[in-house]
Design a protein. Structure first.
Length: 205
């Protein structure tokens, strides 16, 4: 899975009470598909640098920062604010594309929340998403039997929200991956890597 080490580094950077990154603790929830080389890369990652890279991303692209924290950081790491930011972005995007005022239809934010949660699980694990029974959607949305079905308004809206989430990792993870690459270069004795890393993090002119 592309950028897997970046996902794991974000998770580990926000673990509380941990001085380093324990690979055994990081496998859970990320598919357990890292190679030995991947683990060596993760071993070189320092939490402070990843947090600084995340802070920079927050200033430049708050929605991408929100996705990284919501999808990859440990539960309870500021998820409420980030979830709200992502939800607002998704509803605004939906309204722009459809002409509907998404905030005036309470069912749309419900669908967006489910899509966010479901895709974040898929994105972390690298596994195919579970099939949610249509009857579950009908109960959630207060619909009658058979009202949520393929091609229905609500079915189309759910998959729009899901696709919005799918577009995020390709933009949110490369800034973190660049920092990881520079840290690995530092650990391998690249004489100029420290300066490149400082410039990337904005700590030198």
């Amino acid at each position: 899975m592309k950028y897997l080490t970046a996902r794991i580094a974000i998770h580990a950077a926000y673990l509380t009470g941990e001085k380093g990154m324990d690979p055994a603790k990081l496998k859970e929830g990320f598919g357990g598909t890292l190679t030995d080389r991947d683990w060596r890369i993760v071993d070189h990652v320092e939490k402070g640098f990843i947090q600084k890279a995340m802070d920079n991303l927050k200033q430049r692209e708050p929605v991408l920062y929100a996705w990284n924290l919501f999808a990859y950081a440990p539960p309870g790491t500021g998820h409420g604010f980030e979830r709200s930011r992502l939800l607002q972005w998704m509803l605004d995007k939906y309204s722009s594309e459809t002409g509907e005022q998404a905030l005036l239809e309470p069912r749309l934010p419900m669908l967006a929340r489910v899509a966010m949660q479901e895709y974040s699980i898929v994105d972390r694990s690298g596994k195919q998403g579970r099939r949610i029974p249509y009857s579950d959607f009908e109960r959630l949305l207060g619909l009658g039997s058979g009202e949520y079905k393929a091609g229905s308004r609500w079915h189309r809206a759910y998959w729009k929200f899901y696709d919005y989430c799918k577009s995020l990792p390709e933009d949110s993870l490369p800034p973190i991956a660049r920092v990881i690459g520079m840290m690995v270069d530092c650990s391998e004795g690249d004489a100029e890597a420290h300066l490149r890393l400082q410039r990337e993090l904005g700590v030198v002119a």
